[in-house]
Design a protein around this ligand. Structure first.
Ligand SMILES: C[S@@+](CC[C@H](N)C(=O)[O-])C[C@H]1O[C@@H](n2cnc3c(N)ncnc32)[C@H](O)[C@@H]1O
Length: 292
């Protein structure tokens, strides 16, 4: 926070608001996140903070579009791929920005706490783990570090994301036993029959034209008693978001249409909003789901 406030003092109130209602246990977990981010930024902290500020600007543009048209700007994966995933410099800044927001935004840090306390803790001893779209690598690093984790895989469509994930795992000392592959989740259904005890798909479904099909193929990869963690933001305009979910009911219906059963669902509104206020104003809410 100090690094961001130093470069962008006007953002201080927002940042303090993001942490205002956390207790000491939650703050300790956010602190651990901040430690990871500081390690990954290394001596490039000023550049990473610039990426965060740039990303906030890009998201503001998309929010203005969303407010005006009540729709996301893009609607095809091909466009998102061309403009974002395959655009290396853009993707690099974007992933660095998201790296910071993981600790700095209320809904992102809440998603991370839910992932640790509600999801990872429920996976069996010796679990195998698959993460789709690991991006900055923070979720994958924590999963791979669990004593109970026997092996982990990460699939991402973007070369730049995979590069950042690999660097993150290396820097955090969590690379052992983790295999990374460039794969499109929608093209992966029939590749092999490996099953996983835990699957995480965080901030990915809204990037897909066919999120239901992706969930169906992931459901088929769940081991008996396996669990899937889904983090999907509602009303969340971004340069690469193409699939708009407006309510928690939309998200639940999507998960159930894929043949999954919801076992836990929590809503984490963006900084400065209650769930009710966010719904009223169509502000972003992260919908956090564990399903089987
Ligand atoms: C917004 S980032 C999410 C990063 C991280 N999981 C998080 O929660 O912050 C979305 C990631 O999904 C990847 N992605 C998008 N479409 C994908 C697809 N069809 N198959 C696999 N990965 C995909 C992107 O390249 C990117 O790394």
């Amino acid at each position: 926070m100090a690094a961001v406030i130093g470069a962008w003092p006007q953002h201080e109130r927002f940042l303090r608001n993001s942490l205002s209602d956390y207790g000491s246990q939650e703050l300790a977990m956010v602190d651990d996140l901040a430690r990871r981010i500081t390690v990954l930024a290394g001596d490039r902290m000023a550049e990473v903070v610039q990426s965060y500020r740039w990303m906030c600007g890009e998201l503001t543009k998309e929010t203005l579009y969303f407010k005006k048209h009540d729709a996301y700007r893009l609607s095809t994966f091909a466009d998102a791929d061309r403009l974002v995933y395959s655009n290396r410099p853009y993707m690099k800044q974007y992933m660095e920005g998201l790296l910071c927001s993981q600790a700095l935004w209320r809904n992102h840090s809440a998603a991370f706490l839910f992932f640790r306390t509600n999801f990872l803790s429920r996976l069996r001893e010796g679990f195998s783990y698959l993460e789709v779209g690991p991006g900055h690598g923070l979720f994958l690093s924590v999963a791979a570090e669990q004593q109970a984790c026997a092996q982990a895989r990460g699939w991402d469509v973007s070369e730049e994301s995979l590069r950042q994930t690999a660097l993150a795992l290396e820097a955090l000392g969590s690379a052992h036993g983790v295999a990374l592959e460039q794969r499109d989740v929608l093209a992966s259904a029939a590749v092999d029959g490996e099953l996983f005890d835990g699957i995480a798909v965080s901030e990915v479904l809204e990037h897909l034209e066919q999120p239901r099909e992706a969930l169906v193929s992931l459901r088929r990869r769940l081991a008996p008693e396996g669990l899937i963690f889904i983090n999907v933001p509602l009303n969340s305009p971004a340069p690469d978001h193409i699939y708009l979910l407006r309510t928690a009911q939309d998200a639940r219906a999507l998960v159930e249409a894929a043949g999954l059963e919801v076992v836990d669902l929590q809503l984490a509104p963006m900084t400065g909003y209650s769930v009710a206020e966010a719904e009223r104003q169509k502000a972003t809410v992260s919908c956090l789901i564990i399903a089987k």
